[in-house]
Unconditional design. Structure first.
Length: 216
């Protein structure tokens, strides 16, 4: 049975409104974690009824943002294969892939434990934690990283450092496209600073070249 002609535009508008609300929420919650849904509706350019039609409460809105972040994080992990290059380069590539996701969803840092709960946060971060641990374990085995801490513990420490850097970005104290964070992560893993900078510069250039459209 064919769909009524008005249904497709309505569904398209609904998807557009939902996407606009979420995009506005990412921005506004970073400025004011306690913004009300009514204020968010006005900032999104939709009426209160439209926002509540998509998100009946604050918990539903934050869960939608959390699911968005989770999907983006899984995609970023998948985009940064680690097994085919030295561990230092793999860690730099991993951080550079993760940073845009963390930067986009850094407003969740202020809301994570209060609104989402530790278990939900851990679930979101699990793919990145597991991937980082694999890289660190390989780097320790190959002598590229220090062995003062077990890989899983070092991974947790680097994650905490990443969160701290993202919080500084959130306050405006730090500007970073991910390269500074990647250098810091390599240094924390035991790579000398000069070498860490060279590795990150090389990997960043490699990523930029790969993202450029091919010239026919």
């Amino acid at each position: 049975m064919s769909q009524p002609a008005g249904r497709v535009p309505q569904r398209r508008n609904a998807r557009s409104n939902r996407a606009r609300i979420l995009a506005t929420a990412r921005q506004e919650l970073g400025r004011n974690p306690d913004i009300t849904l009514e204020e968010l509706a006005r900032a999104s350019g939709v009426v209160r009824r439209t926002l509540f039609g998509h998100f009946p409460g604050r918990a539903a809105l934050l869960e939608a943002l959390a699911e968005e972040a989770s999907e983006a994080l899984r995609a970023a992990v998948a985009s940064a294969p680690q097994a085919t290059e030295p561990a230092g380069r793999a860690l730099a590539r991993f951080v550079l892939a993760m940073w845009p996701v963390g930067d986009r969803y850094r407003m969740l840092l202020a809301l994570a434990h209060r609104d989402l709960g530790k278990e939900r946060v851990a679930e979101i971060l699990q793919p990145a934690r597991a991937a980082a641990t694999v890289i660190l374990e390989r780097g320790q085995r190959d002598g590229a990283f220090h062995t003062h801490l077990p890989p899983a513990v070092l991974s947790a420490a680097l994650e905490a450092l990443t969160v701290a850097l993202l919080e500084e970005v959130n306050t405006g104290a730090l500007e970073d496209d991910g390269t500074r964070a990647a250098v810091v992560m390599l240094i924390a893993a035991g790579v000398p600073e000069k070498q860490a900078r060279l590795v990150v510069e090389d990997v960043a250039a490699d990523r930029e070249q790969a993202q450029e459209p091919s010239q026919e």
